[in-house]
Design a protein around this ligand. Sequence first.
Ligand SMILES: [Zn+2]
Length: 362
Amino acid sequence: MINRDRIVDTFLQLVQIDSPSGEEDALREELQKRLQALGLTTQVDDYGNLIARLEDGAGEYFLLSAHMDTVEPGRGIKPIIRDGVIYSAGDTVLGGDDKSGIAIILEILQQIKEKNLPHPPIEVVLSVEEEKGLQGARHLNMSALKSKWGLVLDTGGGPGKITRSGPSADQFQIVIRGKAAHAGLNPEDGINALAIAAEAITRMPLGRIDDETTSNMGIIEGGTARNAVPAEVRLLGEARSRNNDKLELLSRIIINTLQQTTARWGGELELEHVHNYRAYRLPDDAPIIQAVVKANRELGHEPVLRDGGGGTDGNHYNAAGIQTVTVSSGQAAVHTTNEHLPIDDLVGCAEVALKTVLNMAE
Ligand SMILES: [Zn+2]
């Protein structure tokens, strides 16, 4: 059902085109050519996302999505095959996150074309800057997409892994302003921004809040000299939950703590609060889940429904009403120089994805 040699070749070629986040141009050009050769119409949006459509077919549009960018160190990748597993040379990531997903999408389109398989109309979205907090998907014009449901090919493991939910994430960019003064001569004239930040941090809920909710203050910077009362401190933090109500409450507590503490010290607070992406949870009887479960069973894989702890482009699709599950593309040990891709998993995941697409034509 899948051409093993061809999908491996495609993958090896793709990972040798550098595409760190923000530098996806060369890869996008190559992919645009390949998609056009397969009979798809293509367009690039203002943010650099590549959108392509196979317009013939029966039924609802089916979305196939992956991201083009890779993390560092991700330049000059030299893939090596050892015992049926593809590795990098050890000094870079492999780029299987997420070029395994792209290779699967291209192979699905090849199969449909050369075997003339009955299929639904297909919409392909290859995003940029996914690794920078889903920026490409965040900037997509969702109302221009035609898909009703689909797959995001961007998680680890062999076939059978189906992620049906994802968390919301809020980000905080905080500036606390106090008042500078000489620490030895007239400290009473100053307001210590660092002390305000310290007190606020110890008063706010941090770490694991419950099984679906977390928060973190990750960066603190500020101050100018040992003998100066610091006038300004900057903080970067985040909060996540798979439950939007819990996240809203947690974010409000964090913000209140910052406001009250700063006010009590007589300082000033500047706060930017961004809803980076929103949680989703597809019901187990959603047609896309049923289709991917059926495809796994038909291929002899036991489907495992999982709840995701990280965001994927699927958060944005689901928020826009496109029912999307994230499925494995075979990638393993991602974001490390030990990243690898077992060829059996790549092929198995491609078979599941192809069968899922074809099931939706029925
Ligand atoms: Zn990824």
